[in-house]
Design a protein around this ligand. Structure first.
Ligand code: G6P
Length: 368
């Protein structure tokens, strides 16, 4: 087993470190040397796309959180109405679907039963289906009308890391592809976003190089029993995934909140020294986010900010700042999760938890 961990103490840490490689491979499979994105094998040509009026993204756990970023990308870039829902809930809301609906199923394993059941329901109702999965020939890959594979490589740790970032990258490539087909994106914007995606692996490497600093922060919060993650817009999706990581591998009760919603109840829970991770990568929302940080700081929170390199103001309102390399705001979510995967990992390891196999969890859930 030690050999397959390639010298890392845990698969989770190995897989966090494998993200640049997985993302490079996922992009390479779809983008040619002329910066053209190819999804020729999926049955979503110009005519089919024109007929699609809305998209449902359906998944469980971390894959659902990737879908939250995917929803953002599809709406912002491809200008299609998109919703994300949890697979186990989707069927019970009797969602309206017909041949103008595209249902995107996201699943690392391709075997999660709730996601598979949602896929079957979508097909019964006549919707078009597209799977984003990491396992070739998996049940979801076989049953969906179309498949886009992520090329993260095998993911062994129960907590998903590299599958998540590659799933998000697929959503961005798909959004750019649709926007170009629909002729709704300028060449300049297309190139900026695609170049941004191409630079993600290198930026993740720079974040991983800050591991000692993140470890020192983990040391400070390792005995806390609860914590919060705050974000607005795209940062809220990152908060959701970051919070899940801390719960599943470190057993710390954390919740993700949309920064603006904090004052409607949750702020009552903020007390001295409670860790609050504030994600502020979006420049247009920056002022509002800083004012939310001040609100929790004034109530004694221990604030750990994750922000872009240029946002020095955050230092004045935070106890700790983790900088991610400057990047286009639209895709900052892909890199912003990485320090928070590392934070959860180190808290878990410091607590002596079986990081790769946390209690009560399974890598693939095949019961409803
Ligand atoms: C389990 C795993 C999670 C995973 C979820 C969905 O709960 O513990 O890490 O995100 O299933 O799995 P999938 O294979 O469908 O992405």
């Amino acid at each position: 087993e030690q050999a397959t961990k390639a010298g890392y103490p845990h698969f989770m840490l190995k897989e966090i470190n494998e993200q640049p490689e997985g993302i490079r491979e996922t992009i390479k499979r779809r983008v040619d040397e002329n910066n053209l994105i190819h999804f020729d094998d999926i049955n979503l040509g110009k005519e089919e796309l024109k007929a699609i009026k809305d998209i449902y993204i359906i998944a469980c756990g971390t894959a659902y959180n990737a879908g939250l970023q995917g929803r953002f990308a599809l709406q912002k870039i491809a200008k299609i109405k998109a919703d994300a829902d949890i697979a186990s809930e989707f069927r019970y809301s009797d969602p309206f679907m017909d041949e103008t609906t595209l249902v995107i199923l996201v699943s690392q394993s391709g075997e999660t039963l709730d996601t598979l059941a949602a896929l079957r329901e979508a097909k019964l109702k006549g919707a078009k289906t597209l799977a984003i999965t990491n396992v070739i020939g998996s049940s979801i890959a076989r049953e969906a009308d179309n498949v886009i594979y992520t090329w993260a490589g095998p993911e062994i740790a129960v907590a998903s890391t590299k599958a998540y970032t590659t799933q998000v990258v697929v959503f961005y490539m798909l959004s750019l592809y649709i926007a170009k087909l629909k002729e709704i994106i300028t060449d300049e914007d297309y190139t900026t976003i695609l170049n941004g995606l191409n630079e993600v692996p290198e930026k993740i490497e720079k974040i991983i190089a800050q591991e000692d600093k993140i470890k020192a922060i983990a040391e400070k919060i390792k005995d806390c029993t609860q914590g919060f993650y705050l974000g607005r817009g795209l940062d809220y999706s990152v908060a959701t995934e970051a919070s899940l990581k801390m719960k599943e591998v470190a057993y710390m009760h954390t919740e993700a909140f949309a920064s603006g919603e904090l004052k409607h109840g949750t702020i009552a829970l903020i007390e001295d020294d409670i860790p609050v991770v504030a994600i502020t990568t979006q420049s247009s929302l920056f002022e509002k986010s800083v004012s939310n940080i001040k609100e929790v700081k004034a109530r004694g929170a221990y604030v750990i900010s994750v922000t872009q390199e240029n946002n020095k103001v955050v230092e004045e309102v935070s106890d700790e700042v983790i900088y991610i390399p400057e990047t286009d705001d639209l895709i900052a979510g892909i890199t912003a999760i990485v320090p928070l995967q590392l934070l959860a990992y180190h808290v878990s390891a410091m607590r002596g938890i079986d990081v790769d196999k946390p209690r009560n969890l399974a890598k693939s859930v095949t019961v409803e």
